[in-house]
Design a binder for this molecule. Structure first.
Ligand SMILES: [Zn+2]
Length: 92
């Protein structure tokens, strides 16, 4: 089987286009990177759509073993939103 020049160019375009498409996809995901809204008293509203969870440092997150008085910035790296599971590093 032999391909003419146009077919080969087309295939090359597809091959080269894939990483670009992947990069574009990554960019689209990055564009979704909303940040938490800071409320009064240093509370933070989860940036996930319709999650609604608010981290309140005055309460902590007892179910995750977070005692009251822990600022959001001081939560452990592996803390996730107890409602939607959004990881700590994707809040701010
Ligand atoms: Zn959430």
């Amino acid at each position: 089987m032999s391909w003419d020049a146009d077919t080969r160019r087309g295939l090359l375009g597809v091959l080269l286009g894939l990483p670009l498409a992947a990069a574009g996809f990554g960019h689209a995901l990055a564009g979704r990177g909303k940040v938490a809204r800071r409320l009064s008293n240093d509370r933070l509203l989860c940036p996930e759509n319709e999650c609604g969870y608010i981290y309140d440092p005055a309460k902590g997150d007892p179910e995750a073993g977070i005692t009251p008085g822990v600022r959001f910035e001081d939560l452990p790296e592996d803390w996730i939103c107890p409602v939607c599971g959004r990881p700590h590093h994707r809040w701010l």
